[in-house]
Design a protein around this ligand. Structure first.
Ligand SMILES: Nc1ncnc2c1ncn2[C@@H]1O[C@H](COP(=O)(O)OP(=O)(O)OP(=O)(O)O)[C@@H](O)[C@H]1O
Ligand SMILES: [Mg+2]
Length: 331
């Protein structure tokens, strides 16, 4: 009853507010729970215990699987607090910088700690100040996001420097570190014996949802249904049904980020149309807008049985087709 009146209320809101609801939808789905549990475990191994120290862990996953989102949600659980000596930052999230060498990495850390720094401070001094700052502000957990960027094989010097910094921070033995990044992040850390030695390198992998098992299909359908619950329309759109969820899975590769973008775009079309819910037509239009060039299959228009097995195959086969057309033309 409450749910129905909520739907009615949001469906009647002005267009700008409905657009904003679409954009800001937050879904408490399986992978988010997995990510949050891993963060909690790597921070405080005993529930209700104290924070651990001296260990580095990794949370890795393909792009758009919700890693950064989970990290930000976790950080919000530990807001800064005023301590006797100064501000306490229990959990800090720092983005690593892909260009500019070690300096921006240090500056991002200093900024996260609210520390003043100037160009006159050399890297060694800035590093010392950061180490002092981490102790002073009682940081328990330091999370580096986009970690693969600083350990690019094209910039070996930076990778060596960053790993040395990590070891220095861990040697304080006052906090743990979590590195978040693309799947290669794990290997980057695993190749460093000294880092692995500091905690054994626990890790969690946030996988895209697959369509290969009952459990995974159920989880993905539930995710689609949760989106459906949050959409600002008078009626639900049946997104959790097998037929729609399977097509949404194909479109999104099972990642929350792509699914969210796609449903936002389809939802905007449905609001513009003044519809009571999102229809197959809106989904078809939204897919047309993102469909890779030189492909024809649209899962919301064409017979599902005609779908290419792999999207890469679809691109490949159309590339091959045009190649063979060209060779016929040349012959
Ligand atoms: N639980 C969620 N509910 C709603 N939206 C989410 C959720 N998790 C992630 N998103 C959205 O999905 C998109 C991708 O998420 P995120 O940036 O966390 O992915 P990522 O794994 O860090 O990707 P990358 O490796 O490319 O940085 C973002 O726009 C984010 O807002
Ligand atoms: Mg990210």
């Amino acid at each position: 009853m409450g749910e129905t009146s909520d739907r009615l209320r949001t469906a009647q809101l002005p267009a700008a507010e409905r657009q904003s609801i679409l954009k800001k939808l937050i879904i408490n789905h399986d992978r988010l729970v997995e990510g949050l549990e891993a963060l909690a475990r790597f921070h405080m191994p005993v529930k209700g215990g104290v924070h651990d120290t001296g260990c580095v862990s990794a949370i890795v996953g393909d792009s758009r699987t919700g890693k950064s989102f989970a990290a930000s949600a976790y950080v919000r659980r530990f807001p800064p607090a005023e301590g006797e000596k100064g501000m306490i930052f229990p959990v800090l999230l720092v983005e690593t910088a892909p260009t500019g060498g070690m300096r921006p990495v240090l500056e991002n850390l200093a900024n996260a700690l609210g520390m003043l720094h100037s160009q006159r401070m050399n890297n060694a001094l800035l590093t010392n100040n950061i180490l002092e700052g981490l102790k002073y502000h009682q940081v328990q957990l330091l999370i580096f996001d986009e970690f693969q960027d600083v350990c690019d094989s094209r910039n070996i010097r930076l990778a060596v420097d960053v790993k040395r910094l990590l070891r220095k921070i861990l040697n304080l033995d006052t906090l743990n570190i979590i590195c978040i990044g693309l799947p290669e992040t794990y290997q980057i850390l695993a190749n460093d014996k000294q880092l692995v030695g500091r905690g054994g390198l626990q890790h969690a992998h946030l996988h895209p949802y697959t369509w290969d098992s009952d459990d995974e299909r159920k989880s993905f359908r539930l995710l689609c249904d949760m989106f459906d619950d949050g959409l600002p329309f008078r009626e639900k759109s049946g997104l959790g049904s097998v037929a729609l969820a399977q097509r949404l899975h194909w479109v999104s590769d099972g990642t929350i980020g792509k699914l969210k973008n796609f449903l936002f775009q389809a939802g905007c079309l449905a609001i513009n149309d003044g519809c009571e819910h999102v229809t197959f037509e809106h989904l078809a239009m939204a897919y047309s807008a993102i469909k890779p060039p030189k492909t024809t299959f649209n899962p919301f228009v064409d017979d599902w049985s005609l779908k290419p097995v792999e999207k890469t195959e679809l691109l490949l086969s159309s590339a091959q087709r045009s190649l063979s057309k060209r060779s016929v033309a040349h012959a």
